[in-house]
Design a protein around this ligand. Sequence first.
Ligand SMILES: NC(=O)c1ccc[n+]([C@@H]2O[C@H](COP(=O)([O-])OP(=O)(O)OC[C@H]3O[C@@H](n4cnc5c(N)ncnc54)[C@H](OP(=O)(O)O)[C@@H]3O)[C@@H](O)[C@H]2O)c1
Length: 312
Amino acid sequence: MTSFQKPTVLVLGVSGQIGGFVLEHLDKYPEALNVRITARRPEQVAALQQQGREAALLDLDNPTTFAAALHGVERVFLLTGYTVAMLTQSKTFVDAARKARVQHIVHLGVFGRWDCTDPHIGWHQLVETYIEASGISWTHIHPNMFMEQIPKFMRIRNDRFPIFWGPGRMGWIAAQDVGSVVATVLREGPAKHGGQNYWLSAEIAGGEELATIFSEVLGRPIRCDYKKPEDFAATMELTGDYSVEPWYAAGALEFLKQFSDGRMGDFGTVRDDTPYLTGEKPRSLRQWAQDHRLLLCLSISTDYGLPDQANA
Ligand SMILES: NC(=O)c1ccc[n+]([C@@H]2O[C@H](COP(=O)([O-])OP(=O)(O)OC[C@H]3O[C@@H](n4cnc5c(N)ncnc54)[C@H](OP(=O)(O)O)[C@@H]3O)[C@@H](O)[C@H]2O)c1
């Protein structure tokens, strides 16, 4: 504890989508926790400190950075990126957290059923099992597909967007709601949330529902093209600005295949703990699309209907 008796929480991944929202939420409750954020380059740490942040150097690929970052920390938000390296990163980091006497790890995982056979879902499950075996109190967060994936992998071109998993309806959650849930759990701590699994899948929608929402929000007819899971790799190359390492990309492709053929049909389920944790209803896809209309517009390849900022 600090001199103010506030627990210190170490938050990873604040430069990314979920970690950014976690920090935004924690900033609203300055009395609750002493927040220490991390970055993996010294110049980034210095810049954050200049902004008045408590910041520590932490590179998950470099365990020599762990001890100082974890010094005096009671609670941790463990987020790893889109990489198979999450296995070694999490194993070494959890070992260090044990040595640092951390009391609670909140882990960002995935919406997988325990016996699923998809690789990247399996990696997250191995990490969760390792955390549980550490003896540190844990809370596992299981979000379904982030709505933020839409402009990345389902980019609208010439009024059409691709769906890579056939006619099934996928489960969705907004990154902002994942951030609010994680921050709430961190604030309220292990006494309330230790040993809990929380599931975040607010709504299900497939190509037809998404086409209806995009058409309404953009005010023009938008249609869905059903593609094969195998076409997904080409789309990733096409989008250009989003690179995923081959191991993780192969896991994502396997996920699309297994969702299409029904083996991972449980991802098309509404199962949502958000309101129980935050007291708020999670964002709907329609609400998310309205809030991110500009992002959707930017993903249209023609100029028609673009707001001024999008052309800047
Ligand atoms: N996309 C989905 O639909 C979905 C659904 C469920 C679960 N997930 C899970 O969500 C996680 C990714 O969350 P996100 O979308 O918020 O990721 P993100 O936006 O890509 O951000 C990743 C964050 O991790 C940091 N990071 C990466 N490598 C690091 C390292 N070696 N050491 C320290 N920090 C490192 C990045 O820092 P830098 O800025 O330095 O790179 C960044 O802050 C993954 O585990 C994924 O499996 C995703």
